[in-house]
Design a protein around this ligand. Sequence first.
Ligand code: NAD
Length: 488
Amino acid sequence: MADGTREDIWPDTTRWTGRIYSDGWRVSEGGTSRVTEPATGEPLAEVGVAAPEDVARAGAGAARAQRAWALAAPLERAEVLLRAARALREHTDVVREWIVRESGGVPAKGDYEIAAGLGQLAQAAGLASLPQGEILTPAVPGQASHAYRVPLGVVAVINPWNAPLLFAMRALAPALVLGNAVLLKPDPHTPVSGGVLVAHLFEEAGLPAGLLHVLPGGAETGRAVVADPHVAMVSFTGSTEAGRAVARTASAGPKRVALELGGKNSIVVLDDADVEAAATAGALSSFGYQGQACVAAGRHLVHADLVEPYTEALLGQARALRVGDPRDHGVALGPVISEHQALRIERIVDESVAAGARVLTGGRRDGLFYPPTVLDRVGRAMPAYREEIFGPVAPVVPFRTDEEAVEIANDTEYGLTAAVHSRSVPRALGVADQLRTGMVHINDVSAKDAPNAPFGGMGASGNGSRVGGTANLEQFTQWRWVTVPEAV
Ligand code: NAD
């Protein structure tokens, strides 16, 4: 798929290799960057890197194109998204293959991203026909006063590597349908599934020229995108550290910033929980896609009376999961994305063990392959308790009362998601109400999303923004208030 010679394959590699997408496929000023397959170390692709000059050109082009797009009929904009969804369905096999090979997830992870991306496109298409305004009571009788939503202009979308297609679609689809143009900066690990393929899908869908620019590159390209004077809003998904830097740069605009950041999420298992079901949800939440999800479970808070059976069940699940090349049949966990990430997981586990934690299974990596790992005797000062791990590690922490469970779950600067397990739904909801998180799921995994749900976190997990469903109206438009002295 990446040999650069076969022109019959989709998308034709000779069109995009070494290029960026900005008013068509063009050679960039920033040179090129190689994409490496984490499972094998093989080179997969060579993409263009957007230099600050490319970003400036893209910003100006996007601003020009957006003016006409904002005046297009809303259903015309919606149809582009529906055609992009059709193109994604037609190219499912290729898209899945790229997600698997670039991000190191198993094929089911690719299928999940594709289904979720299709959901985002369908959901966003419906936004175009929702009411976009309000008739206000005028200050003086006889006058007319109304308010309606208008596009922001050019929206920058900056994404990480862990769900590249989904994160592109969840911001791009609502931004475009509501009349904005988009500068999309994918992560350097996944510029094809998070950028090149997205450009091809929208090209096939007939999106007018100039409305979508795909600008691969690292933090430097990201900084140029955020600072570009044509950019009115930044939709950022990534680490809290980078999110804070993005917010600082954007404040000089000043421009709107939506931050979807990290998490340290708890699975809370109350004393009346179904232990087997809770452990299955816990294993999925900590080990799925090698734990590389903002919504992964970073703490398993288990009532002291259930710690033993819960840990046994979790260990059973962990030991049954095969680790290897995600393209091999029967493999459940592929590699982590990079050496940097593998070293980070190793440090967190090793430092925690040195401080007294115990490894019950896993804990030793083979290159980028980190096995499902269960830790107990995890104390509050340890990195496994405090830090977002972003690896397949499940720290088990006991508690005695519901109040203590709430206190431990809230003992973090993050506030993204949680899950509460109990045979009594009212009791679980009572605990859920006390958690400081943007999302909470009863008797389920912590790692959930849906295209019609307002996804986002509290505290260091975000800045109050939500992406998904009708929350996208608020996110990707601004209000205009209009008055007329005499109503007509
Ligand atoms: P990261 O913050 O290092 O990078 C994310 C993106 O930001 C990349 O495209 C990167 O090039 C860019 N970037 C980095 N510094 C920048 C800067 N100063 N200005 C502009 N752009 C910049 O993220 P990562 O560590 O690779 O990804 C994992 C993190 O993302 C985890 O913390 C995870 O929890 C978080 N995440 C959050 C969500 C969510 O929806 N809340 C979803 C997925 C991942």
